[in-house]
Write a protein that binds this ligand. Structure first.
Ligand SMILES: *Cc1c(COP(=O)(O)O)cnc(C)c1O
Ligand code: SF4
Length: 376
């Protein structure tokens, strides 16, 4: 199957080019985060006729659209609006969709810790996010009033890291760790930094694009440590990388914190070749190294975002050879049930012809690797 021309709900939604500055909006910009359907309607982001249906959705799944994100929405179902505005289809659960799609719950030795791989584990100090992605794989868990570890629970989680000396990397996620105050964030970073076996601390966040002013110097200072600190920014469309967002990222980079990018492949957001290319290039321009492109996890009510794997592979194959290698993410799926993340290609090796080993070039032509033949 080839991508781009299949059953796309809104054919042009994913193709807004990064270079198009958002058009002047007739709506007044909200000064606060929009958290309910009423305020989304009065900001002009949702049509009043949908109020009742979407109120039911917003009662089921947390909703938040911070001003910086609201400012980027030209119309409700564009690549930015689609990510954060509630939609009627969220209450339709497909048979394969799961409340805990990647099996985190089973792998949690103490509250706030998820341990799946021998050398690294997740620390989730809270389940609050600056915005709530409608496709979130943890959507049954995240929300504004849930899951902040209290002091005792946080100490138990840190103790787990203290006593598991085989775990050298702590991955702060949530929710969004940058929704903590700088003081609480610094407490966690310092505690982890004092554990001799912890050599790497990673922070996964959407704050730099969702609420750039929150990542101020105090927040960036809270992440300073002598251990290897890496920040992974979740962004899905080039428009998210506004000058303010890039400036927020820069506050990390100035402190010698490398910033990686992760994105989810999403129908109507970045499933078209030009949109994906613009996203990856915007990251590289901001010195953000694309790390993972995630296949959508099957969380409840997210089917409208699904892009088939074959289409994702075809999309990346078309970019190869044209876009700088610095921009190249690994396309991964988190195998439902807690079996881990694995790459989905595309791959270029062709072993199906006897002893010969061939590879395909970006144009699809096959070439035998002579050295391999000599060895076989
Ligand atoms: C994704 C994930 C990680 C990190 O995996 P990397 O491939 O190192 O980015 C670690 N633990 C859990 C439970 C995860 O889901
Ligand atoms: S920021 Fe991450 S954890 Fe929060 S809603 Fe979005 S995908 Fe989920």
């Amino acid at each position: 199957m080839t991508g781009g021309d299949g059953a796309v709900a809104s054919p042009d939604a994913g193709s807004a080019a990064a270079t198009d500055a958002p058009a002047a909006r007739p709506r007044p910009l909200p000064s606060r985060t929009l958290r309910d359907v009423g305020s989304l309607v009065s900001s002009g982001l949702i049509d009043p006729t949908r109020r009742d249906a979407l109120t039911a959705v917003a009662e089921r799944y947390a909703t938040a659209v911070p001003p910086a994100f609201a400012a980027l929405i030209r119309e409700g179902d564009d690549p930015i609006g689609r990510q954060v505005l509630p939609h009627e289809d969220e209450l339709v659960v497909a048979p394969h969709e799961l409340s805990d799609p990647i099996g985190d719950d089973r792998l949690s030795p103490v509250p706030g810790v998820v341990h799946r791989y021998p050398d690294r584990a997740l620390l989730k100090p809270l389940l609050v996010c600056p915005l709530y992605c409608r496709f979130c794989f943890r959507r049954e868990h995240v929300g504004p009033d849930g899951g902040v570890l209290d002091e005792a629970a946080l100490e138990r989680a840190l103790d787990w890291f203290r006593t598991h000396r085989e775990v050298g990397e702590a991955i702060l996620t949530g929710g969004d760790p940058l929704m903590l105050s700088p003081r609480r964030l610094r407490h966690i970073v310092t505690a982890l930094g004092e554990m001799p076996h912890i050599h790497t601390i990673r922070v996964h966040t959407r704050v730099p694009v969702a609420d750039p002013s929150r990542l101020d110097d105090a927040m960036a200072d809270a992440l300073e440590t002598e251990k290897a600190m890496w920040v992974v920014l979740h962004a899905n469309h080039a428009d998210e990388l506004t000058p303010d967002a890039v400036a927020a990222v820069r506050r990390l980079q100035r402190r010698a914190i490398p910033v990686l990018g992760q994105s989810v492949l999403l129908r109507g957001v970045n499933d078209r070749e030009d949109a994906m290319e613009a996203l990856l290039r915007a990251m590289v321009r901001a010195r953000i190294r694309p790390y993972y492109l995630h296949q959508l996890d099957p969380a409840p009510g997210t089917a409208r975002f699904h892009v088939p794997v074959a289409e994702g592979r075809a999309l990346l194959r078309r970019l190869r050879g044209r876009v700088t290698g610095l921009a190249w993410p690994t396309y991964v799926v988190d195998i439902p049930g807690g079996h881990g993340k694995v790459p989905l290609g595309p791959d270029y090796l062709d072993t199906g012809n006897g002893t010969a080993v061939s590879v395909r070039d970006p144009a699809g032509r096959s070439h035998v690797l002579a050295a391999e033949e000599a060895e076989g």
